[in-house]
Each structure stands twice: as C-alpha cells, then as structure tokens.
Design a binder for this molecule. Structure first.
Ligand SMILES: [Zn+2]
Length: 85
C-alpha cells in the first residue's frame, strides 16, 4: 500500500482533443486537459499522412510570415517556380 499523505492526488480527469475526441484518463493533473493531438487523430494511429490542423495554427503561422521579408522572398520564389513551368 502506498504511504498515506505523501502522494499527490491521482484522479480521473477528462481530456479533450482539438479533433473533438474526448476521453478519460487518470492523472495527478488537477482539472481537465485540452490537447492538440490524441490517439484518435495522430497520424501514427490513423495511418494518414495528414497534418492535423483543426486549431488553424498552420494558417495563422503562414499569415504571420507572409508579412515578413522571409515570407515575401518565399512567395517570390514560388511565383518564379510557377512561371518557369
Ligand atoms: Zn485527437
């Protein structure tokens, strides 16, 4: 038996994933958890080589770099490549 009073509370918590999946687990974490990837949507388990982007983070990042010099240079390179075709 574990010693009384020296262990953190180990309770059932609810985990909510960005893909919409919800499950219960046991953790010393207090309260519920929100995760971005879980066993239901991770490419390793789904077998799909698809980036999970339900939270729109990739889109937000693209918009952010579009205004920077690096983003403009990348856009120019893409345009040049497209024109060369
Ligand atoms: Zn998920």
């Amino acid at each position: 038996m574990p010693k009384q009073g020296i262990h953190p509370k180990y309770d059932t918590i609810h985990v909510k994933c960005a893909c919409g999946n919800k499950f219960e687990t046991r953790s010393t974490h207090k309260g519920d958890l929100v995760v971005e990837i879980c066993a239901a949507c991770h490419p390793f388990f789904t077998g799909k080589q698809k980036l999970v982007d339900t939270a729109g983070r990739v889109e937000r990042f693209r918009r952010k770099i579009a205004g920077s010099d690096a983003g403009k240079a990348a856009a120019k390179t893409d345009a040049a490549k497209a024109a060369a075709k």
